[in-house]
Write a protein that binds this ligand. Sequence first.
Ligand code: FAD
Ligand code: NAI
Length: 509
Amino acid sequence: FRVLRFLWRATYISILGGLVYGSYGIYLNRHPGEQAEPDPTKKTLVVLGTGWGSVSLLKKLDTENYNVVVISPRNYFLFTPLLPSCTTGTIEHRSIMEPIRNFLRHKKAAVKYYEAEATKIDYEKRIVYINDESEIKGATTTNEVKFDMLVVGVGAENATFGIPGVREHGCFLKEVSDAQRIRKRIMDCCETATFKDQSPEEIKRLLHMVVVGGGPTGVEFAGELQDFFENDLRKWIPEIANNFHVTLVEALPQVLPMFSKNLIDYTEQTFKEETIEIRTKTMVKNVTEKYIEAEYTDAAGVKQLDKIPYGLLVWATGNALRPVVKDLMSQIPAQKDSRRGLVVNEYLVVKGAENVWAIGDCAIANYAPTAQVASQEGAFLARLFNQMAKTDEIQEELSLLSEKQAVAANKELRDGIFGDIKELQKRLRRVKQMGPFEYSHQGSLAYIGSEKAVADISWFTGNLASGGQLTYLFWRSAYLSMCFSTRNRVLVIMDWMKSYVFGRDVSRE
Ligand code: FAD
Ligand code: NAI
């Protein structure tokens, strides 16, 4: 009985403690303290972008060591792994957005933020040219920002390979606005298909949802869309049940090429059960308003061009360079052979440019363009910059001590200073001993629909490949724990519960 009483009290106290701690955390979050003003004598560090790379850098950076300026057209961080869920309303987009202002307001020293796009980087003059691309324009819309150190973390844009019609008729899936557009179009297709006296061919076309690109973006979206149909659309709009159809088109022989063979097979099998059609070895060559033209090789080995009508086209064929990155590369002779991004050395310094670093999807460091890589690179740079600031501080102290030693009145004093110098030099060596960037791969995860996921996890010395519903629970908890803030976590959980209990919202907005 005494043990039970003890356990009860311990639980009670820990719950109470948790509540107090949580409330205090929320209070601190809502009431940020005073921030140190930027110090103009310090170096100006300009960070471009508010995505995975840049935000991870800003999170760990001691901002009091630099004058930090952040430039990005997006004044929030977006948790991209859950973006496919926003296309069907499983998760509301604001649940995976974190305002950059709130986050920067909690740094020790103030950080300047400009909502603007970097249009050009002059790495020799050390100037970034910026442009306000937002709807509301002030009297000034363009300007220049000088830097001593620059981090380019602008990500990538959508690859179209110059295929005609993609930009005009397809939807991408990279930003919040893309997810909103897709969500609206899904419902528009369904409602238009049920318009009075719509012809059978037109109904079929409108309800044909085509996804181009069998990488993780395309696969996750196709899975989410089929879930939406099975769990909600089919119930609320039964007229569309026989014609709603999802097709995934991929140029390579398989989808999800970065996953192990058994998980690729598992995904393809699951898609078959979900009635998602996969068309591999099929390369889209042209896009018109109502159909795509795709090339495939028939059984006789002859190339054929197929016209595939569609209502919704989602284009997910990977990344391409942003214009500002292309322009910077064209200025640097050492970058002239690179096609995929800014080539960096093992400390993420842009080759051929001094005091310019690149991270994430716009940098080429021999890793896949993923959030995992970008955030590890950002964290590495934060450590590097914190160390560099410490090094500068120690070097300043050292030169002061050397001056003092030179004018010291007697030997005893000189010896004392000599001891201090030795100690500082030892510290300097320790601080300078930072190794190069090393990526640690934690694994790959992807949702494939019907509450199933696939995971290739790095496990001690080997690799653990698993797929199914348990993996789906793991997928959910992993992404939940990776969400930017507690607020995001709470909102995502609430969205999951809401769509589970009430179903997804099928209004078109
Ligand atoms: P981003 O996160 O794209 O950020 C770029 C930033 O730069 C943005 O803030 C942008 O507004 C800003 N910017 C753009 N142009 C300019 C400019 N000219 N000047 C200044 N700023 C600019 N990876 C995973 O590891 N796991 C996943 O599960 C996963 N899921 C994904 C799901 C989807 C739908 C997508 C699209 C991607 C997913 N990724 C995932 C990939 C991951 O999102 C990217 O690799 C990651 O976002 C790259 O980070 P980044 O910082 O380089 O770029
Ligand atoms: P991707 O580059 O991984 O895949 C694009 C696919 O499109 C390729 O398989 C390519 O063969 C195919 N393709 C290209 N042109 C085509 C055409 N004309 N016709 C038909 N198919 C064509 O791109 P994705 O999925 O957008 O991912 C981009 C990056 O983001 C990747 O590095 C990926 O790993 C990462 N990511 C990771 C996720 C995860 O880990 N769950 C989720 C989403 C993205």
